[in-house]
Design a protein around this ligand. Structure first.
Ligand SMILES: [Mn+2]
Length: 294
């Protein structure tokens, strides 16, 4: 069902037809959360969801790696969640409500951030619906502080707050953390896959650190800033595109991905290619999570 009789470009993910990808007919839901309050360095991640959706219109539906059109399962673009002015804790609750609303209808929810503090809301929603939830985080920073700048719900505490709901956690691409965070990770059994001079190739190690039900949170600053400059807290020496996808594909094939987010795109801080790469990452996450290899 086309909205017009002439060719048009819907403002939806992949510019998919809103009628063909109505909520009732879709397996996947894109949930934009243009929230930014506690970012501490470069600003602009509130513009992330709109930039990702805009760039996604330029992508092909077909995925040559998987040999299919992953969007055939239906990808519905939900209305953006309005930012809660009461602060990040209230915002996390709002994200939990929205993500839970779609999860209860059997949808795979992909959240577009926005700052990383929103992750705990989505994790809370999935932990309430899937037992023994594991969280797989890609991030340059460990984000395991109990508080930061006076808030327990700062973007710098994203992983720590997600751990309030998760049984197990792995963090890939870390290269910035405090001594306290390192000690906490060891004590709590958080599996760290730091990025040093060599790529992260221990895919089996990542899989072994996770249970069956996995929520994926992808902070784009996990990538190397020479490739992904449009982030609030760029950190040198990050992971590469295929390095990340190799892990995500294995997780999709061998675990049950119950939801994900892609956060911290600050579109004004880097070239348009960053928004496009973020959009493609979102599509890959949906594809790996719903695609079953033949
Ligand atoms: Mn980060």
């Amino acid at each position: 069902m086309a909205a017009t009789d002439w060719p048009s470009v819907p403002a939806t993910f992949l510019a998919l037809d809103p009628g063909e990808h109505a909520l009732s007919r879709s397996r996947c839901v894109v949930l934009p959360v243009p929230y930014e309050a506690t970012t501490s360095y470069r600003k602009g991640t509130s513009g992330g969801p709109a930039a990702i959706i805009r760039a996604s219109a330029e992508m092909e539906d077909y995925d040559p790696e998987l040999g299919c059109e992953p969007c055939a399962v239906g990808v519905h673009t939900a209305p953006a969640v309005e930012p809660a002015l009461a602060g990040p804790e209230a915002m996390a609750s709002r994200v939990a409500e929205a993500a839970g609303f779609y999860a209860d209808q059997g949808k795979l929810v992909g959240v577009l951030g926005g700052e990383h503090s929103l992750t705990s809301g989505a994790v809370a929603a999935m932990a309430a619906r899937h037992e023994r939830l594991s969280v797989l985080i890609f991030d340059a920073q460990a984000d395991l502080r109990e508080t930061y700048q006076g808030s327990a719900h700062s973007h710098a505490c994203a992983a720590r707050r997600a751990l309030d709901y998760a049984e197990r956690m792995a963090i890939v691409g870390v290269r910035s953390m405090t001594a306290d965070e390192a000690a906490f990770a060891a004590e709590r059994g958080v599996a760290l896959f730091p990025r040093g001079p060599e790529p992260v190739t221990d895919v089996d190690g990542v899989l072994d650190a996770l249970g069956e039900n996995v929520y994926v949170s992808f902070d784009l600053d996990a990538f190397d800033p020479s490739f992904m400059a449009a982030v609030g807290t760029p950190e040198p020496g990050g992971i590469g595109w295929w390095e990340a996808l190799r892990i995500l594909r294995a997780v999709g094939e061998r675990k049950r991905v119950v939801g994900f987010d892609v956060v911290e795109l600050a579109p004004n801080e880097g070239p348009e290619a960053c928004a496009y790469a973020a959009a493609k990452l979102v599509y890959k996450l949906f594809a790996y999570a719903t695609h079953r290899p033949r």
